[in-house]
Design a protein around this ligand. Sequence first.
Ligand code: NAD
Ligand code: TYD
Length: 349
Amino acid sequence: MKNILVTGGCGFIGANFIRYMLEESNFSGRIINMDKLTYAGNPDNLAGIEAAYPDRYVFVHADICDSDAVFKVFREYSIDAVCHFAAETHVDRSILGPQDFIQTNVMGTFILLEAARNHHNQLELFHHVSTDEVYGTLGMEGFFTETTPYQPSSPYSASKAASDHLVRAYAITYGLPITLSNCSNNYGPYQFPEKLIPLMVMNALEGKPLPVYGVGKNVRDWLYVRDHCSAVWAIMSRGKRGETYNIGGRCEKANIEVVEMICDLLDRIRPDAGNACRRDLVTFVKDRPGHDLRYAIDCSKLEKELGWRPEESFETGIKKTIEWYLDNPDWVERVRSGAYMEWIERQYG
Ligand code: NAD
Ligand code: TYD
């Protein structure tokens, strides 16, 4: 793989992946980052990368739904692998307005697949990045495996499920060399503060209410973002073509547990000026419609076949994450001054 097209590389995971690939992995080729720069795409996430890697990094500002632009990139940069992150990703937004999710996640993936099919002879791999949310919800027992039937609950997860099916169909019908990964909830640096962990960190620092949906007992399986990046690269470089791999941290936590850990860590690292206890900010709010109770990933296929292991525990990962947000107030200020604030205002008043 010499020229990898990364879509959505200015988003949370995409930016961490590009940094991982250029700064840490054994990849020695070039990354072409195609991003539309929606509210969630932030060029700041890759600050310094263009200057540090002028021959190995290219940014293309384009929409994956723009077929001419996508076909042009495949030709112009001799793309031989794709790592497809670009998507609309926030479940609550998908409930309020699903259209962009169908457009980008379904149509955008279709257009990328068409370009890949057209470019078939040169393409070594199309890697599709997906989510464990396609499997729907678990009760308090059991785990998602690669053969768990799809049962998506939200417009977001339904759109990701549709894109997964399209990717597999292109492999079966046209022989496209694909791999696919379904990962659990990520956290870490550069995550847009609409998702649970960065939202709670920001609000807690400002003494604002911490809105916990329902009774806070929903369980997510958390993975530090760098561990997701190393798993994606392990699959791309060593995974069996045509296969799906689940990625997870074996780290289940109820939402209320996560929020209380954040409160306690912040009280220790950055005590409130008036010595207030951040746990007092927890506010139970109306539950999300169709809120999946529990996600938990069985990632033994990835562990056994590719020898992948996460490096961070939740305790080390959450500390690093909080410290990153504390150390990067300028980044926080900039992302919060834009569309995000309008959204939060509409949501929470
Ligand atoms: P994100 O919302 O932070 O970033 C998405 C990026 O895609 C942004 O840079 C945005 O500008 C770009 N984008 C959106 N629409 C586009 C379009 N039409 N054309 C080009 N670029 C476009 O998302 P994320 O959290 O980094 O997630 C990345 C991928 O990983 C997604 O496919 C998501 O489904 C998957 N995933 C995320 C998680 C998680 O916990 N965040 C877990 C598992 C899987
Ligand atoms: P989120 O970060 O939106 O990820 P996802 O919905 O993809 O799992 O939410 C993680 C969990 O936290 C989920 O169970 C919903 C819950 N949640 C809250 O309780 N309050 C919030 O303000 C947010 C954003 C999420």
